[in-house]
Design a protein around this ligand. Structure first.
Ligand SMILES: *[C@@H]1O[C@H](CO)[C@@H](O)[C@H](O)[C@H]1NC(C)=O
Ligand SMILES: *[C@@H]1O[C@H](CO)[C@@H](O)[C@H](O)[C@H]1NC(C)=O
Length: 352
């Protein structure tokens, strides 16, 4: 009963505090070793990703993604973008084998979005969660073909604000951490990725997939980021991913007082290497319309068409890579056996 009432308290606080910007769930589209932003054309890419969004997802993606997609796993039916992250794994401390940690929908889900499966929750905020401040700071939606990444699998210490972990206990997300929680979390591990809000206004991408953007994010929360510099003057929506990883089914398989932390990312790097990828794919001017709407409520922004999650869940892509990722595995996908050397080379040459 205690955890029930504290979850209700959290829900109530969340609803009243949150009124500006878009927030919606996207179910898992696929889990594959593909990375059209950081390793275009690679089939397979270096490590496994959990991917949500439109069905134009492929090893290579150029031009207007929305014109090729016919469905999306996102609640916003005009959003055919793709969003992806490395997959979380549990490494058994007793025998060293790996098992995928499944994502589960972030709670609370509002506005008819129940029924999401796995996946993540997406935010596009104009200023912060309670104000849009459009008169002072208009927001320009991304153009077709735009992509960006945040974070890097190769870094070993936290580079900037906006990439965090939380230990969910009793319905409470707990304090922000820059690494995996050290104890057991009976509600799972919560991860957040805030993308940079400033664009150079010219390039759809850059060699490292980050330098066409500038990161002024200083807060781990949904605060407005400080002003953009003249090199990257265009203010774009602040994109954020939230994911709850369902770690509780592994709770009996490790002992925090004697075992090393058993949670790892699919790239086998450190917690600091958490990263995320974005491929813009909204239909026509749908995202711009949402960002221009000053009374935009975060759950729908008035003019954006929503779909039932039961409909969203029907959207799929084919299995391009065809490798078994289920059950207990001796190696992370791409990290062992015959593939190991080839993939280690790839891993060194890219950032996300
Ligand atoms: C994926 O991309 C390849 C190469 O560009 C193309 O031939 C293929 O039709 C695409 N597949 C899907 C399902 O979009
Ligand atoms: C490793 O441990 C897990 C969890 O106890 C078990 O399910 C799995 O079968 C074990 N794998 C091997 C190769 O022993």
């Amino acid at each position: 009963m205690k955890s029930f009432t504290s979850s209700l308290g959290l829900l109530a606080a969340f609803i009243t505090a949150t009124q500006a910007g878009l927030r919606f769930p996207c179910s898992t589209l696929t889990n594959q070793r593909l990375d059209p932003a950081a390793q275009p054309g690679a089939l397979p890419s270096a490590h496994l990703h959990m991917i949500v969004g439109g069905n134009a997802f492929n090893a290579t993606m150029e031009g207007d993604v929305a014109s090729r997609a016919t469905c999306t796993t996102c609640q916003m039916a005009e959003d055919f973008s793709n969003y992806w992250v490395a997959h979380m794994y549990f490494k058994d401390p007793k025998n060293g084998t790996y098992h995928r940690v499944m994502p589960q929908p972030v709670q609370p889900l509002l506005g008819g979005s129940n029924g999401a499966q796995g996946g993540l929750t997406i935010y596009y905020t104009q200023f912060d969660l309670s104000r849009d401040n459009l008169k002072q700071q208009p927001i320009k939606a991304f153009p077709p073909g735009f992509r960006m990444t945040v974070g890097s699998p190769t870094v070993t210490s936290k580079q900037h604000a906006g990439l965090s972990y939380q230990c969910i206990t009793g319905g409470n997300r707990g304090s922000l951490l820059s690494t995996f929680p050290t104890g057991k979390c009976n509600g799972g591990i919560f991860t957040t990725h805030h993308f940079p809000p400033c664009w150079d206004g010219k390039n759809l991408d850059s060699p490292d997939h980050q330098s066409h953007m500038f990161d002024t994010v200083k807060s781990e929360y949904f605060d407005n980021a400080p002003a953009c510099p003249s090199s990257h003057p265009v203010r774009v929506p602040q994109v954020t991913f939230e994911i709850t990883w369902e770690t509780t089914k592994f709770a009996d398989l490790w002992n925090p007082s004697t075992d090393a932390n058993p949670f790892v990312w699919s790239f086998e790097g450190t917690a600091a290497g958490t990263h995320a990828d974005y491929m813009f794919g909204w239909k026509g001017d749908a995202l711009q319309r949402a960002m221009d709407k000053s009374e935009c409520f975060y759950d729908g922004c008035g003019s954006i068409k929503k779909q039932q999650m039961t409909e969203a869940n029907k959207c799929t892509v084919k299995d391009f890579v065809k490798e078994n990722i289920d059950g207990w595995q001796k190696f992370l996908p791409g990290m062992g056996g015959a593939n190991a050397n080839a993939n280690m080379k790839v891993k060194k040459s890219f950032t996300a």
